[in-house]
Ligand binder design. Structure first.
Ligand code: PLP
Length: 392
């Protein structure tokens, strides 16, 4: 894309003081991207440390039960740390090292990106500080424990509504102050240029592998590639493998929470408006006065009030479509996968799965739905039990 612009979306909407660090990052990233030594080291870590490649798995019993398309999972849940986020944090930590930055900072909502950043900070021997809204620190105690165990410092942010958007502001403030020795690790395909493009590049291993694996296993490409969308990194990583394959329909799935019409959701494309968040022009959840609204979803990892700018562009051009799945539908899909296939999916990934479960019965038997299983669900067990209790 053109200098970080995806149609009217993207760009660099930051304070003047951040333009310097962003330009430095841009130059360093595009140099690294073209350097075979950098790409080799990245690929080696994905293999030796993350355990790639991750397999694709045919859901035989589930597909038979639905009686239509075959559902195939791309197993990012089998990665070290149990999700796709580590693909990106390894890439950014390698770049930090290359740039001579000694300290990593991050912001996190549910804590998954904080854990993925703390993990690679330990791997590279770098100090790591994570900004997290004070409310999230309380809600996500197990992940706060994991980050501390891995040696990171967690800062509870009490400003504003004490959630993710306030943590993002604090992280940007830290970066401005300490950019000489600090690298800001962003956890999704959002933020100012070059982050959306860089995160897509690091996550595109998902789509590249899955495309090759489908060709090897089935002798053909999938009919649809489906992924959940929080900020959009696992989805854009999956889609990147199929952009040039016009026959493959790309489907992003947002969190409709209690239903879009209730206002309690996290569906920025389906239920948001154009604005500026986290240094980029994008679709986001905001009040009429422009204030950012806190998102709601049963799955904490989809609670990002905006969405990566490239997804907005793919939506407008029609190259990808964006569905929305409610809490109830996601939890039902979670149960199905556990019982039909012996795989406990993350609640985030269960949104993508729920959309596939809706579509499969309407499709011919020889069609293939490729679903990105972005993470494993062990982290969600207590949450799901509470959710079911609340439903009676
Ligand atoms: C964080 C997370 C997501 C959402 O993030 P994206 O950037 O939209 O991919 C999805 N699934 C899992 C398991 C996560 O941890």
């Amino acid at each position: 894309m053109n200098n970080g612009h995806y149609g009217q979306y993207g760009g660099q909407y930051v304070a003047e003081t951040l333009m310097g660090p962003l330009k430095e990052l841009e130059a360093a990233y595009f140099e690294a991207k073209d350097d075979p030594a950098f790409q080799r080291e990245f690929a080696e870590l994905l293999h030796d440390y993350v355990g790639r490649e991750s397999p694709i798995t045919v859901c035989r019993r589930l597909s038979e039960k639905l009686g239509g398309a075959t559902i195939v999972l791309k197993r990012e849940d089998l990665n070290h740390t149990g999700a796709h986020k580590v693909n990106n944090t390894i890439g950014q930590a390698l770049l930090a090292k290359r740039m001579g930055k000694r300290r990593l900072i991050a912001e996190t909502g549910a804590g998954m990106h904080g854990v993925a950043t703390a993990t690679v900070a330990a791997l590279f021997g770098m100090p790591c500080e994570v900004y997290m809204g004070a409310i999230d620190v309380d809600r996500q105690a197990p992940n706060v424990g994991r980050m501390r165990m891995l040696g990171a410092t967690v800062h509870a942010v009490t400003e504003g509504s004490a959630t993710l958007k306030d943590a993002m502001n604090e992280a940007l403030r830290d970066w401005v102050t300490n950019c000489d020795d600090t690298f800001y690790v962003i956890g999704t395909a959002a933020g100012p240029h070059p982050y959306p493009e860089m995160v897509k590049d690091f996550q595109s291993v998902i789509g590249r592998e899955a495309r090759r694996q489908c060709l090897e296993k089935f002798g053909r490409l999938p009919d649809q590639a489906i992924a959940c969308v929080g900020g959009g990194s696992n989805a854009i990583g999956l889609f990147a493998g199929f952009f040039d394959d016009a026959s493959v329909k790309l489907v992003g799935v947002e969190a409709a929470g209690k239903g879009i019409s209730t206002g309690e959701h996290a569906a920025s494309i389906n239920g948001g408006r154009l604005g500026v968040l986290h240094g980029a022009k994008t679709m986001l959840l905001q009040r009429p006065d422009g204030n950012v609204i806190d998102t709601y979803s049963v799955s904490a990892g989809l609670d990002y009030p905006g969405v990566g700018p490239e997804h907005c562009y793919l939506h407008d051009t029609g190259r990808a479509e964006y569905a929305a799945v409610t809490d109830d539908e996601a939890v039902a899909a979670f149960d199905e996968l556990c019982r039909c296939e012996g795989i406990i999916p993350a609640l985030e990934s269960s949104h993508a799965l729920a959309e596939a479960i809706k579509r499969a019965p309407t499709m011919p038997k020889d069609s293939i739905l490729l679903v990105c299983l972005s993470g494993r669900g062990d982290k969600d067990l207590e949450n799901i039990e509470n959710y079911k209790k609340s439903k009676g």
